[in-house]
Design a protein around this ligand. Sequence first.
Ligand SMILES: [Zn+2]
Ligand SMILES: [Zn+2]
Length: 326
Amino acid sequence: MKAAILKAAKQPLQIEDAPQPRPSTDQVLLRVRACGVCRTDLHIIEGELPPRMEALIPGHQIVGDIVDGATPEFPLGTRVGVSWIGGIDGTCPYCRRGFENLCDAPVFTGYTVNGGYAEYAVARSDFVFELPSELDDLHAAPLLCAGIIGFRSLRVAGVEPGDRVGFFGFGASAHLTIAVLRSWNCEVYVSTRGASHRQLATTLGAAWVGSETDKPPVELDRALTFAPSGDVVIAALSSLRKGGVVAINAIHLDRIPQFDYDRLLWGERQIRSVANMTRSDARDFLKIAADIRLQPKVTVFSLDQANEALAAVKNDAIDGAAVIVP
Ligand SMILES: [Zn+2]
Ligand SMILES: [Zn+2]
């Protein structure tokens, strides 16, 4: 099969022939229909996350048809999605408490195991999600990481229908999450760099849009941050009402600057991080996405153009999401 393979950090992916994977007893074999490109793929390829495999096929937003390893739940031909969490141990203290997103020994698709920048991929059969027919391949792929994580951050922030919600940053995850909030009749206030991101936020129904240094004109019930910057967390906190929550949507932050506790955090304001996802986050979000006919903005690349797709994401050269179609 054809695949895009990372042989060494900071090197372009090599597009070449690779052996077709064989599913083990707990896996399904997928013929890949589409695979979304995520910023985490860039962190892996550029070596910011330490290498875990010698030759790696990246990609963790996979849409594929089951062509081997069918189960009673997923017969041959079922169209399923695969996300960043490709498995858990099920035995660690977090799994036993029901916090599978915090598992001590998770499998990461396209990082600790091969992913979907290829014609075929294997996935654990208990970590694939049947895709609703309302979502076509191209528009389902970006939902599988950016969308699910954005949805989880709404849960972590405790968003209620009708809330005033601030977004600090407006990338792939934010542009999906705003659609869910609009369907819950929430007002969304967006502070972000980049005229094109501000334009997109306006188009998608933001109540107010400003630059990254502009303060929303109202006190926020909840705030989500989408940039790897601690300054943004402080900006979010300083717009929050008493009892409000900031949910940080970033695996890595530069640092959080010193801030005034009395003014910014007292009054039962909270700062929480958002880590990974659970399978119920995935299933609940995909159902909502189908109900509201969520249509992410996508730009399609062929597998031969995998490096171009990554460059486009890195350079913010496209609005919305990049999707590779093998
Ligand atoms: Zn991702
Ligand atoms: Zn675990």
